[in-house]
Write a protein that binds this ligand. Structure first.
Ligand code: GSH
Length: 219
């Protein structure tokens, strides 16, 4: 039995997409980010901060999307989504798996500032500008890594993409695509993957973003 604890539009999308790429059967338990449901005892028992994703698999529960993706890559090596330890490519794999959270934490801060904080006077335009500049730096790193290739690793599509690609659409809600041609093409390639389309369909509606782009306020 595999069971994913999930919120539409959240980091648990990485794991849902991975399960679809691996062709596994699984149950989905859904929560919302805006109604306190992530504090339900059943999730708190699996994920100590009441965060998604949590994955029940092989008689245990795992939290942290990066840990889950690494576990799935190792558990199902025949899918070729991971990289064997002790190689240079393994170092690149681990960098991207973890860099995904460097970037996602900036996105989370921008989500809080642009969407969740009420009233608008509670927001900090200076903080929003700083975080946007920090987001651009992470996007520039990814843009450079994608020069001349489709996916982040030489070997092709991998767990590194499962981690990083979830962030791409959100990045373009706060940063215009000018200067990010590789990243925009990467986003389009992701959308063409049948497993990604299946994961979106199974996920349920993402209610977080109501605008295509969030303009920065004046500082
Ligand atoms: N580093 C964690 C972050 C998990 C996380 O913050 N998840 C958010 C959704 S994207 C969440 O569950 N938020 C609910 C809450 O904070 O109550 C991971 O990658 O799994």
């Amino acid at each position: 039995m595999i069971r994913l604890h999930h919120c539409p539009g959240s980091r648990s999308m990485r794991v849902l997409w991975a399960l679809e790429e691996l062709g596994l059967d699984y149950d989905l338990v859904s929560y919302r980010l805006d109604d306190g449901s992530t504090r339900r005892p059943e999730l708190m028992a699996l994920s100590p901060a009441g965060r998604v994703p949590a994955l029940e698999i092989d008689g245990q529960a795992i939290f942290e999307s990066g840990a889950i993706i690494e576990y799935l890559c190792e558990r199902f090596p025949e899918a070729g989504l991971g990289v064997a330890p002790g190689t240079a490519e393994r170092a690149r794999f681990l960098e991207w798996v973890h860099f995904a959270e460097t970037q996602a934490n900036i996105l989370q801060s921008l989500n809080i500032q642009h969407i969740f904080l009420r009233p608008a006077s509670a927001r900090s335009p200076a903080m929003m500008q700083l975080e946007t500049r920090r987001l651009v730096k992470t996007m520039q790193a990814q843009e450079a890594a994608l020069a001349g290739r489709d996916w982040l690793l030489h070997q092709g599509f991998s767990g590194a993409d499962l981690m990083m690609a979830f962030n791409v659409t959100a990045c373009f809600r706060f940063v215009r695509p000018d200067g990010f041609a590789n990243l925009a093409a990467y986003a389009a390639r992701i959308a063409e993957r049948p497993a990604y389309a299946r994961a979106l369909e199974r996920s349920g509606e993402d209610v977080l973003y109501t605008r295509d782009f969030y303009e920065l306020p004046e500082a």
